[in-house]
Design a protein around this ligand. Structure first.
Ligand SMILES: Cc1cc2nc3c(=O)[nH]c(=O)nc-3n(C[C@H](O)[C@H](O)[C@H](O)COP(=O)(O)OP(=O)(O)OC[C@H]3O[C@@H](n4cnc5c(N)ncnc54)[C@H](O)[C@@H]3O)c2cc1C
Length: 397
């Protein structure tokens, strides 16, 4: 049985970042990445946006150095057991390797609805994207998009822009009610409607059934909504079963880690969507978290302790808009709206009493560093003191 200096379970975004972190400090250590998917690490966010527009599959690959002869990939074969006492992992296909340092970068998976999967699609992997793409390529379809979160909102926008007829079913009373003030959510919801999206709000989908012609959603209020197929984005669940069996988890979801990505076991680390770091309550399960934490944890594994303490930011794109946010952007907080152009360009500040807890930059770029700095000050703030703090470069307002 071969033993590697570093074994990484999961060939995703945080794994690729961890390799960079290791290589920043150790150019020759033998690294093995073991992945469940058949693909090498790729960027996942374009699956619900860029790939439906101008991006191509060739643009997705994360560029770990192909010349790195000390980096080995074993793909399409998930790890099904970690034996921490023996410093060994085993795959479903029956292969075993030893490790000096082990990193769990197993990400998460889409929460599923009851019902057969064939005509229900769960954006999350490139294989699933290809399966959906194959259904849609040749003609306009009637599609049920289920879920009012990031993935549901992005898929409803992307599919309607591609000419499909979208019915968007969300459990919230109106789209984006959980994040944004009325001026913004009305503006964005109207744009969905202008693109022909039929928004059905306040409806919980219980399951997807096959019908003669396609699918029907069973809903909590006994509606039956039919379409050719369904695209479901109702939550993302950390892939922590493996870690749980190895005794690395508490009762809650995910793997608890410290600021170095260290788990409760020596020489075992975790990063990305599956890892719960102390600073990342609100940006976990997003790209910046995966990349920043992955790189820090890789460096630490290679012997140079680098703490991951940044507040992660997250972003999304809808139609012609884009936004970046740091912290807790929930409408249960007071929202201070600082618009340059209402609904088009501006910054939202989320306050818990006099404490700033979240910032959302709407079509405002290069404002993440300032948002972090304002959040990290942790001193009482007033709405007046916040206005104008973050602006697009060159904006005169
Ligand atoms: C459709 C979609 C859109 C997104 N859009 C955005 C966005 O706009 N902005 C943003 O900030 N973030 C976005 N994200 C989130 C971002 O992509 C993730 O936070 C990031 O990919 C997490 O990286 P990771 O390495 O933890 O997990 P992943 O990139 O998911 O990689 C984990 C890998 O581990 C593999 N694995 C799991 N179990 C095992 C096992 N037992 N053995 C071997 N391999 C295993 C999985 O198959 C997977 O390939 C999006 C995610 C999705 C799915």
């Amino acid at each position: 049985m071969a033993t590697y200096s570093y074994v990484i379970i999961g060939a995703g975004m945080s794994a690729a970042a961890a390799v960079q972190g290791i290589r920043d400090h150790d150019q020759a250590g033998e690294i093995l990445i073991v992945g469940q998917e058949v693909f090498p690490p790729y960027k996942r966010p374009p699956l619900s946006k860029g790939l439906w527009r101008e991006e191509r599959i060739e643009d997705l690959w994360m560029s770990n150095d192909v010349q790195d002869s000390h980096l080995h990939l074993h793909l399409g074969d998930p790890v099904d057991e970690i034996q921490p006492d023996e410093h060994r992992i085993r795959t479903l296909g029956g292969l075993s390797w030893g490790y000096e340092k082990l990193l769990l970068a197993t990400g998460g998976h889409a929460r599923r609805l009851a019902g057969p999967p064939d005509r229900a699609f769960y954006p999350g992997t490139l294989s699933e994207h290809i399966r959906l793409w194959a259904q849609l390529r040749d003609k306009a379809r009637k599609i049920l998009v289920v879920g009012g979160g990031f993935i549901g909102s992005e898929m409803a926008a992307a599919l309607t822009e591609k000419g499909h007829q979208v019915t968007w079913v969300i459990s919230e009373e109106e789209p984006f009610a959980q994040w944004w003030p009325a001026i913004l959510r009305d503006r964005v919801a109207q744009t969905y409607r202008d693109h022909g999206v039929d928004i059905r709000s306040g409806i919980r989908v219980e399951g997807i059934e096959h019908t003669k012609d396609g699918v029907a959603a069973r809903t909590s209020n006994d509606l039956r909504l039919s379409a050719d197929l369904a695209v479901v984005g109702i939550g993302w669940v950390p892939n922590d079963d493996l870690a749980r069996s190895a005794g690395l988890c508490d009762e809650g979801p995910g793997i608890p880690v410290d600021e170095f990505g260290q788990t409760s076991q020596p020489n075992i680390f975790a990063c990305g969507d599956v890892a719960f770091a102390p600073n990342a309550e609100h940006g976990r399960m997003h790209e910046d978290h995966a990349l920043s934490q992955g790189r820090c944890v890789g460096a630490t594994m290679a012997g140079t302790q680098v703490a991951y303490t940044d507040l992660p930011f997250f972003y999304s794109d809808l139609f012609s808009w884009g936004y970046e946010a740091v912290g807790d952007i929930s409408t249960r907080h007071q929202i201070v709206e600082d618009w340059v152009n209402p609904g088009e360009e501006g910054v939202l500040y989320y306050l818990d009493g006099t404490r700033l807890v979240g910032v959302l930059n709407w079509n405002v770029w290069e404002g993440v560093a300032m948002a972090r700095s304002l959040l990290e000050r942790r001193e009482p703030v007033t709405p007046e003191a916040l206005r104008g703090k973050i602006r697009n470069p060159g904006s005169s307002a």
